[in-house]
Each structure stands twice: as structure tokens, then as C-alpha cells.
Design a protein around this ligand. Structure first.
Ligand code: AOF
Ligand code: ZN
Length: 373
């Protein structure tokens, strides 16, 4: 069904879509290539929410050459008047004769209507080219649209013997600078970072994304344009004070607790700090309630926390993926454990994990693991 040219053009559209990885959220990354008589006449990708969609950039570039051409789009063209007019309408008006789509759009405002509009206008629509590759770049968007919940990734860094720190807590630096830069890119692809009060009290981190460490994908993007993830701190007993490094970076922060903070602490918070009280479950914040709350605005969540909180996400089967940076070091059996998990009584109870990618990052190894919950 697909020609070599089809596959090449959709691959290019996916590469274009990736250019939006650090800027489009909460919108999906979308790329579009317009081809006439085997010549590329238009290219575009979605840069940021509120701005033009991928197809519009490509159609503007193609101009009159769009007539009778084929458009390769990584996501079903939209059919709704959102912040911009429908792309399906624009494709029809420009006289496109064939549209090839990698993934249908689960957004209830679109979901098949883009395809119907194109077909009703007599355009040939072919769906399903390089679907898996196109889904990979929008896993968070697809999760949120399909379930209302964000995709959850847990980031871990450990030694060969699975320890995250020495017994005294020293952990700087188990992994090397390349792995730490890779974490910056991981952060920059997520809508929110979730951590626990213990991590904040122990390390006082800023949890921001540093443009200078993002590498080539960010080279064409100004530092201020990079999306800073929402920083979420779970502080069930409202123990945090008013002076933290976290507060010195101006991007939004959400403190989540199960009880209120003293007025004297709250009144000293800067204006980019928000607070939400959520129900408790086993004396901790109910993770279901947390994910429902975050699902209102976030496609994807990166958990960067200690063994207790990261372990709770895994134990409660709320994790889609683990990214584990493994250093070729031995910290000894008194070192701190990777994840606090309940004691398993049989192999049938242990989590089901599949290795989906393994690669060297500097002197460390990065494992990407899919959890089957
Ligand atoms: C497309 N091409 O490049 C993108 C699409 O925020 P709005 O109003 O621009 O609408 C965003 C929705 O449009 C988003 O949730 C998704 O369903 C679709 N995104 N569609 O045809 C694009 N970015
Ligand atoms: Zn659109």
C-alpha cells in the first residue's frame, strides 16, 4: 500500500514534528510535508500552542503548488475551530488531492472528523503509515486524550548494584555529565516534574531545564521559548518552608499537601507558587487524585523522587515507563535502595517490565523500561 516515497516523506514529517518537542505542550508535536510530482513543495511543523498548525506552515510554503499535491501529516488534520481554523478546511481550499496520515487524533474535538471532512471533499485519505514512530513522539498527548490521565515516567539513577546513594545519602555524582545532560532533555519533554518533600529538604534542587544543556534540538529555539515543566512537590504534611531554591526560578510550582500550610509560610511564597490540598491515602497523598488533577493540564509527568515516592508510583501501578541511568559503580549493600516496594511473596507478584531501549550515555547506560500494569 505504501510506496518508498510515501515512507520517506512521512519519515521527514516525523523528523520535522520532533523540532517541536520542547515547545508545543500541551499541544502535540506535528509535522507536515507537501509533495508534488516527487518534489517537496512545502514543509512545516507545529511550534507552539496557540500558533499555526503544521499544515498551515507547509501550505503557505507550497502556495499554488499545493494544488493536486499529496500532504503527509503525522497527526490527523484538525476539523475544529480552536485557537486556529481547521487544517482539514485549509487542505481542501488549497486543492490538495491526497492526504497521508500516520496517527488519528484522539482529541474528542477531532477524532475522525478531520478525515471525514477531507473525504467528503473528494480527497483520497490514507491512514496508518509509520504509526508507531509517529505515536512515540506524542505518547503523553495520546495518553491524556484517551484516558484523561498523563503518561507517567519515573527517572532513576543507580549503581551496578542498584543503589542510588551511599548510606549517608551522598549521591553526587553517581552518573556522569552526559547522563545528567540527558536528564535535562528528558525533563524538557515533560509537562510536569513530580518530586517529594524529602528530595527538596535533602538537596534543595531548582528542578529547572537549562537551555545550554539541551543540545542540537534546542539550538534554533531561544532560551525563553523552551517550555519549563510545572514543578510539583508532594508535601503531604505541609512541612516546606518559604525559602527554597525551587522558588528562585520563576516558572510555575505546585505544592500538594493533605493539610494546609501556616499563613505565615503561605504569605511568604512568591506569586508563581500554587497550592492544592488533595485527599490522603495511607497517610500520603492519593496518587490517583494527583494524576487526575495533573491530567487536567498535563500530558506527561516525570517523577524524579526518592525510593519512597518513586516506589509508591511503581507499587500502585501508576508508571508507564522507567528511565534508568545505570553507572558502572558499586556502592555496597548499605547503600540506599532504588525503590521502596512491598515485600513480594511469589514471583507472580513482581512487576512486569520490558526493556524497550538500551544505550550508552557517556560512561553510563540508559535503560528505557516499559511497565505493564
Ligand atoms: C493539526 N495540526 O499541527 C496540530 C494539531 O490549541 P489549538 O486550538 O491549536 O488546537 C490544538 C488541538 O489541535 C490539539 O489538541 C490537537 O487535537 C490538534 N493539533 N492538529 O491538524 C497540528 N498541532
Ligand atoms: Zn490543525
Amino acid at each position: 500500500m505504501w510506496s518508498t516515497e510515501d515512507s520517506q516523506m512521512m519519515s521527514l514529517a516525523i523528523e520535522l514534528a520532533k523540532k517541536g518537542l520542547y515547545t508545543t505542550r500541551p499541544n502535540p508535536c506535528v509535522g507536515c510535508v507537501i509533495v508534488k510530482d516527487s518534489v517537496i513543495v512545502g514543509e512545516g511543523y507545529h511550534i507552539r500552542a496557540g500558533g499555526p498548525h503544521a499544515e498551515v506552515y507547509a501550505l503557505n510554503m507550497a502556495s499554488d503548488d499545493a494544488r493536486g499535491a499529496t500532504a503527509y501529516v503525522t497527526l490527523e488534520p484538525c476539523s475544529h475551530y480552536g485557537r486556529t481554523p481547521p487544517c482539514a478546511k485549509a487542505l481542501i481550499e488549497h486543492g490538495i488531492s491526497r492526504v497521508v496520515i500516520a496517527v488519528t487524533d484522539p482529541n474528542p474535538q477531532v477524532s475522525g472528523r478531520g478525515i471525514s471532512m477531507l473525504q467528503a471533499a473528494g480527497i483520497q485519505v490514507d491512514v496508518g503509515l509509520l504509526t508507531d514512530a509517529a505515536k512515540q513522539i506524542n505518547l503523553g498527548f495520546l495518553s491524556k486524550m484517551e484516558s484523561g490521565l498523563p503518561r507517567v515516567t519515573v527517572k532513576l539513577a543507580a549503581s551496578l548494584d542498584g543503589k542510588t546513594a551511599l548510606a549517608n545519602g551522598e549521591s553526587k555524582w553517581i552518573t556522569g555529565p552526559e547522563a545528567r545532560r540527558d536528564v535535562q532533555r528528558l525533563r524538557a519533554r515533560h509537562c510536569a516534574l513530580v518530586t517529594g518533600v524529602e528530595t527538596i529538604l535533602a538537596d534543595d534542587p531548582s528542578l529547572n531545564v537549562r537551555h545550554s544543556e539541551l543540545g542540537s534540538l534546542a539550538s534554533e529555539i531561544a532560551p525563553a521559548e523552551i517550555h519549563q515543566p510545572l514543578r510539583v512537590v508532594l508535601d503531604s504534611k505541609a512541612r516546606l518552608g518559604a525559602k527554597l531554591n525551587l522558588f528562585n526560578v520563576p516558572s510555575p510550582i505546585l505544592l500538594v499537601s493533605t493539610c494546609d500550610y501556616p499563613e505565615s509560610v503561605k504569605s511568604a511564597w512568591p506569586s508563581h507558587v500554587n497550592h492544592q490540598i488533595l485527599p490522603a491515602k495511607n497517610a500520603r497523598i492519593d496518587l490517583d487524585a494527583l494524576l487526575k488533577l495533573l491530567g487536567q493540564t498535563c500530558n506527561s509527568v516525570l517523577v524524579e523522587a526518592g525510593a519512597t515516592l518513586a516506589g509508591a508510583f511503581v507499587a500502585e501501578q501508576r508508571v508507564d515507563e522507567i528511565v534508568l541511568y545505570q553507572a558502572m559503580k558499586l556502592l555496597g549493600d548499605k547503600g540506599r535502595a532504588l525503590l521502596a516496594l512491598p515485600q513480594f511473596e511469589s514471583m507472580a507478584q513482581i512487576p512486569n517490565i520490558n526493556l524497550i531501549d538500551e544505550r550508552k550515555v557517556g560512561r553510563d547506560t540508559r535503560l528505557t523500561l516499559k511497565m505493564s500494569n
